[in-house]
Ligand binder design. Structure first.
Ligand SMILES: O=C(O)CCC(=O)C(=O)O
Ligand SMILES: [Fe+2]
Length: 304
């Protein structure tokens, strides 16, 4: 295991300069002090207070497997003997207009209810974001923000997996561990060449934005013959109360070790503009540019 760097008492400009700008992963250990969420949010509490709301469930990746009432999800999948196959609940706030809200329940209402229980992490800058766009004189407050990229609440039982992937639009991610533990594997972007294929065949298979990614638990060595050249830069366990910063373009894989509640969201700060522009202009398929265009010009939920 290669432990992550862990820090505390870091101010926002120092965080932007030393972690966002160079794209350096880190775990901040003291950012949830005083959050009611840490004690209060448990699967049982969520089921009791929000049991009638519907949550979208997934397999080992972002593969939608149907929606169910939160109460039923908690009972079936987070109990002592979880039903198989394991299901992951990923509950996103609205970031796309969808014709059939019944099929895909968004998390906006639950985020409104949960808002008093958590805070904008003190180490994250308040301004200077490209995504979500924060204009001159405006300030970002993550718990109350309603713009894209969306926030999400994740629920998962021990054994749930998020296979190796990159987050959308070359954005940074925060994983805020409220309850339970997760094992996190991160690869430096230089190792992507051993782990990811971006070619015509992959694009035709419609895999994650035209990228095909190795399953690190069961690598296909014919497709990824140099897999063993890749060495995780971080292989560590995220504990309750800790926030992981995963910089743009870092491939990551996450295993849930015990029943888990995680808050997450994505962003692009101006500190990483140069890295981000290189990424969007050089590597991704055109679809991501279309997404960005949508967010900037067409999304009805964007900031004015
Ligand atoms: O917490 C997890 O299982 C994975 C989170 C993640 O990387 C994501 O949602 O993009
Ligand atoms: Fe991710």
């Amino acid at each position: 295991m290669k432990r992550a760097e862990r820090i505390e008492r870091i101010d926002a400009s120092e965080f932007a300069r030393s972690y966002m700008k160079p794209g350096r992963p880190v775990i901040v250990t003291d950012a949830m002090q005083g959050w009611a969420a840490l004690e209060k949010w448990t699967p049982a509490w969520l089921a009791e207070t929000h049991g009638d709301e519907k949550v979208p469930t997934y397999g080992t990746y972002f593969d939608f497997r149907g929606a169910m009432k939160l109460r039923d999800y908690v009972e079936r999948y987070l109990g002592d003997t979880p039903r198989q196959p394991i299901r992951y609940a990923r509950w996103f706030t609205l970031h796309q207009p969808v014709p059939n809200a019944e099929r895909f329940p968004w998390a906006d209402a639950i985020f409104t209810h949960l808002e008093p229980d958590w805070r904008h992490p003190y180490f994250l800058p308040r301004s200077g974001y490209l995504f979500p766009f924060v204009g001159p004189g405006e300030e970002l407050d993550i718990p109350s923000s309603t713009t894209v990229p969306s926030k999400a609440l994740y629920l998962s039982p021990a054994g749930a997996v998020t296979n190796l992937h990159l987050d959308y639009w070359g954005s940074d991610a925060l994983l805020v561990q409220i309850h339970g533990r997760k094992e996190v594997v991160l690869y430096h972007p230089d190792d992507s060449r051993y782990l990811m294929r971006v070619d015509e065949a992959s694009a035709m298979m419609g895999t994650s934005g035209g990228r095909r990614l190795v399953d690190i638990r069961n690598p296909d060595l014919e497709l990824f013959p140099d897999f063993h050249q890749a060495v995780p830069a971080v292989h560590d366990v995220l504990e309750p109360g800790e926030i992981a910063y995963i910089p743009m373009a870092w491939l990551h894989h996450v295993d849930t070790l015990s029943t888990s509640i995680t808050l997450t969201w994505n962003l692009v700060h101006q500190a990483s503009f140069r890295t981000w522009f290189r990424w969007v202009s050089e590597s991704p398929p055109a679809k991501e540019i279309d997404d960005i265009r949508y967010i900037l010009y067409d999304d009805p939920h964007r900031l004015p």
